[in-house]
Design a protein around this ligand. Structure first.
Ligand SMILES: Nc1nc2c(ncn2[C@@H]2O[C@H](COP(=O)(O)OP(=O)(O)OP(=O)(O)O)[C@@H](O)[C@H]2O)c(=O)[nH]1
Length: 238
């Protein structure tokens, strides 16, 4: 599924320095590049989810994120190659103004709470309204109830979280960054929904702030001089 990936810590610096590393801004072999956010209270497992998705293993010693961290990975979804550019934001309140500056133009988000902490679940409404206000209007959000492996300590039921997701038009999965359960699925489901919206015309990758860019593969297709082909030699589009 994955073809390449990288994971960087972005030191908390100036506005200019808060952009993605330039070598990952354009997807070299992908059809699309999507900007993703991982948001939610501190300690819910956001960094561990990103690490599990990218490195396919649990991050043993995870400290609080300072500002933001960045990771990218190329995935295949519905016959398209998509580069995900993922911003893992600090959940601590004191970084809120810094992390909010990363929301703009995000196409997708993982909104994370901890199933063993009702406090992190109660905070979802605030995270959600921030994301809808500051990121792309059409941001696709998947709610992730993380630490599924700690079922014995559960404070939030699957049913109530799935109702919350339905009421707020979110996709929903319970995940475990520890075991890896549903981690890749969360990113893939979110990417798949964005692709579906592009195909149905609901999302326009060319609109400023959509959080979507064409990758080089798609640009090559767009630029190919189809009309210049002699009659009878045109490829079937199916
Ligand atoms: N059992 C279990 N522990 C987890 C899981 N995910 C994360 N943790 C633990 O939860 C703690 C917090 O994880 P982080 O990934 O640092 O949390 P965060 O949401 O990134 O926190 P901030 O960076 O402060 O916003 C760490 O001690 C992790 O080891 C999980 O799925 N299961």
């Amino acid at each position: 599924m994955s073809e390449s990936y990288d994971l960087h810590t972005i030191p908390h610096k100036s506005e200019d320095q808060m952009k993605a590393p330039t070598n990952v801004q354009k997807a070299s072999v992908s059809d699309f590049l999507f900007k993703f956010l991982v948001i939610g209270n501190a300690g819910t497992g956001k960094s561990c989810l990103l690490h599990q998705f990218i490195e396919k293993r649990f991050k043993d010693e995870s400290n609080h994120t300072i500002g933001v961290e960045f990771g990218s990975k190329i995935i295949s979804v519905v016959n398209k190659t998509v580069k995900l550019q993922i911003w893992d934001t600090a959940g601590q309140e004191r970084f809120r103004s810094v992390t909010r500056s990363y929301y703009r133009g995000a196409a997708g988000a993982l909104l994370v709470y901890d199933i063993t902490s009702r406090e992190t679940y109660n905070a979802l409404t605030t995270w959600l309204s921030d994301a809808r206000m500051l990121a792309s209007q059409n941001i696709v959000i998947i709610l992730c109830g993380n630490k599924k492996d700690l079922d014995a300590d559960r404070e939030v039921t699957f049913l109530e979280a799935s109702r919350f997701a339905q009421e707020n038009e979110l996709m929903f999965l319970e995940t475990s960054a520890l075991t890896g359960e549903n981690v890749e699925e969360a990113f893939i489901q979110c990417a798949r929904k964005i692709l579906n919206k592009i195909e149905s015309g609901e999302l326009d990758p060319e609109r400023m702030g959509s959080g979507i860019q064409y990758g080089d593969a798609a640009l090559r297709q767009l630029r190919s001089p189809r009309r210049a082909q002699p009659q009878g030699t045109q490829e079937c589009g199916c």
